[in-house]
Design a protein around this ligand. Sequence first.
Ligand SMILES: Nc1nc2c(c(=O)[nH]1)N[C@H]1C(S)=C(S)[C@@H](COP(=O)(O)OP(=O)(O)OC[C@H]3O[C@@H](n4cnc5c(=O)[nH]c(N)nc54)[C@H](O)[C@@H]3O)O[C@H]1N2
Ligand SMILES: Nc1nc2c(c(=O)[nH]1)N[C@H]1C(S)=C(S)[C@@H](COP(=O)(O)OP(=O)(O)OC[C@H]3O[C@@H](n4cnc5c(=O)[nH]c(N)nc54)[C@H](O)[C@@H]3O)O[C@H]1N2
Ligand code: SF4
Ligand SMILES: [Mo]
Length: 771
Amino acid sequence: MPREAVERDWHASACILCSRNCGLEVQLDGRRLARVRGDARHPVSQGYLCQKAARLEHYQEHADRLEQPLRRRPDGSFEPLDWDTALSEIAARLVALKRLHGPRAFAFYGGGGQGNHLGGVYGRGLLDALGSRYHYTALAQEKTGDFWVNGRLFGHQTCHVSEDVEGAEFVLFIGTNPYQAHGIRNARDTLRALARDPRRTLVVVDPCRTETAALADVHLQVRPGGDAFLLAAMLAVLVQERLYDEAFVAARTTGFEALCAALREVPVGDYCRRAGIDEAAARGVARALAAARSASVRVDLGLQHSLHSTLNAYLEKLLWLLPGHFARPGCNALHSLFVPLIGHSPDPGPDSPAWTTAVTGQREIARLFPPNVLPEEIDNAHPERVRALFVDSANPALSAADSQAYRRALARLELLVVVDVAFTETARLAHYVLPAASQFEKAEATFFQLDFPRQGFHLRRPLLPARPGTLPEPEIYRRLLVAMGALPARFPLLRAVAALDRRVPRLRLLPVALGLALRLRPSWRAQARFVLYDTLGHALPEGLAAAAPLWAAAQAYARRHPAAVRRAGISGRGARLGEALFRRLIESPSGTLISEHVHDDVWRFVRHPDGRVHLAIPELIEELRALANEPEVDPAAASYPFVLLAGQRRAYNANQIYRAPAWRRTDPDGALHVHPDDARALGLHDGGEAVCESARGRIDVRVQVSDALPRGVVSLPHGYGMDYPDAAGLRRVQGPALNELTDARWRDGIAATPLHKYVRVRLHARSSGSA
Ligand SMILES: Nc1nc2c(c(=O)[nH]1)N[C@H]1C(S)=C(S)[C@@H](COP(=O)(O)OP(=O)(O)OC[C@H]3O[C@@H](n4cnc5c(=O)[nH]c(N)nc54)[C@H](O)[C@@H]3O)O[C@H]1N2
Ligand SMILES: Nc1nc2c(c(=O)[nH]1)N[C@H]1C(S)=C(S)[C@@H](COP(=O)(O)OP(=O)(O)OC[C@H]3O[C@@H](n4cnc5c(=O)[nH]c(N)nc54)[C@H](O)[C@@H]3O)O[C@H]1N2
Ligand code: SF4
Ligand SMILES: [Mo]
């Protein structure tokens, strides 16, 4: 393309590749995202971008983008069809399935990943219309153990914890590599500032010498899966040496004694040995953490995808709670939620609205269900098995544990519908494939507002019109619900009021009319998002109709946190403050600050009626005690002698969001990292090929020798294994399809989250030509 073709205008948007959703600016060349740079006006990222965002054109335009609805023929091939036919056929099948088998026959998977959460609001409307609670998501393959613990400690599963890495004197990262994975604001700048400052301490607990660990003052190279032992030992040091904050514990918590009794029994030296950590080093870190004026602890998949993951979530939180590093500057805190990504599921019981699944008896946590149980919930003769599944913005055929079980289960469904921008591995198994507009072709936002005390929100405008043949999710689900008879086709009266409001500035009739309509028509209330979309949506600036439900969110948020919203420079009282907040969102193409809390607010976010943190969780105290009887295994002596970390975050992976392999500048094959001594012993060489085999499956891998891992541990990256046409049009798999190696039954006992960081494998060299 000639350079002159590139427009000179920079359009504000956001990166869709990780939970930080940095603000960016884009120059367009026709429909191409020709240039991308950080947006200095974004209130949170302030111009920061990492290397992955520069390549977003490979998401927007590629050979597997979908352009029309597809229906599978009996021979497995697909035929195009028009939207009306597709949606009326799907609607008829859903209605019939519900009549025959009830709401439990239906499940929904996904509804937003690192990017499109606005669309997810509407997808959830389909579940509500069918009366089903089966919402399966990626969040329930990593974070639900953590949410469950929050529910017990703080009284509600929406009590989510944030860190203040930038303000903390002492920072502890356990099982996370923010240098690559981010997850904290402007990660590389934040990490460098931390490493440079001699008054601050960075400790990393990770089996590998990651880029983050290399910057640390102390790196505790824990044995994979050994964290529960290490954390228990460090907590025991706090209790046995009386290093906890007695005043804080007395004034703000309950249950300390029951917990203490278990921690006093912990043999510190023995547990450190089992974790592979020098006892003096572990004691040193526990003491420094307790002595620090402020400390923040941040964890991620290294804890959540490993052995004892729900117990780990508990112990990790105790580590900052006992010394009182909570609700103070530089410490962990709870934060407010502008649009709750998750809900609360009371523990199952006679009066609980929460469901347990029909086949595996899995409990609902935070209103979510874990992908690890879904194959069993489908592939079964149980009368209440899942028979119909919608998958939206997820690719479980590759990204969920146990691809083999998933392929089998998805093939047994009576109805599988996939809503995606790309013709994914999951789409190829569907009865219907519905093409969505991309995240640069519609209004979008993410609900990852997980910061404290300041929160931003970024409502992104469409950069481009949708491709012909595609629709944004709000429109897909609205039309589907209308076809199912679950929603009126139009709201003429309310629309007329909206049009009037739009023509006459300052006239604010719609809120009143809406309130009245929802009161008169209780059946509309459950689908208020669609009512707002189809009425208020028309009164919003061009392209922003999908943002209409944010009006209700803004009202609710302003009502709950008026002082914090006003501190962000938004003025008004009562409903006017909500209006002003909503207007601010609409008028801020680069995003805006929406609230600024004070640290005392955290105590308002605690939801136990007594306002305290409940330190004792009996089920987990029991699991903590049971560590003492856990048999010691020596992986090296077993038939699968290596521990595979199945899913590392690296410079060029980004979940399943990029399909076109050309976006990667390095590591095209997603190499297996292996220690030089192990490589030598196995006859593997750098750049060569190997076979990696678990009890569940085997895959071919490229080898990269690396001394960043300990002996006996190997790693493979997440986000590979998609197939994609090469220059000759032949479909080729790019890199490891990791979940061929994992088994859906390898999961946490409470949350059923996968144990991807502890996959036992064996390796052998693959000579060219060998099978
Ligand atoms: N580049 C890139 N960034 C991403 C993503 C991506 O695909 N690519 N995905 C995004 C998503 S969805 C997520 S959830 C986050 C995840 O972000 P992270 O959890 O930070 O990323 P990982 O590399 O999966 O795992 C973190 C670390 O856990 C360590 N680890 C492995 N086993 C253990 C163990 O037993 N104990 C301890 N303590 N540590 C262990 C690994 O060595 C690794 O360094 O990243 C997000 N950011
Ligand atoms: N073995 C192993 N497996 C893992 C992990 C691991 O570490 N190891 N990590 C797990 C984790 S933490 C996560 S978060 C999951 C992520 O895995 P998934 O839940 O599958 O989520 P993504 O990879 O984000 O899914 C992206 C899908 O959304 C589609 N998409 C993009 N934009 C749009 C849009 O605007 N609309 C619609 N409808 N679709 C869109 C993309 O084309 C793609 O198919 O993977 C999990 N799987
Ligand atoms: S940190 Fe990188 S991948 Fe994450 S949102 Fe920012 S630019 Fe995108
Ligand atoms: Mo994730």
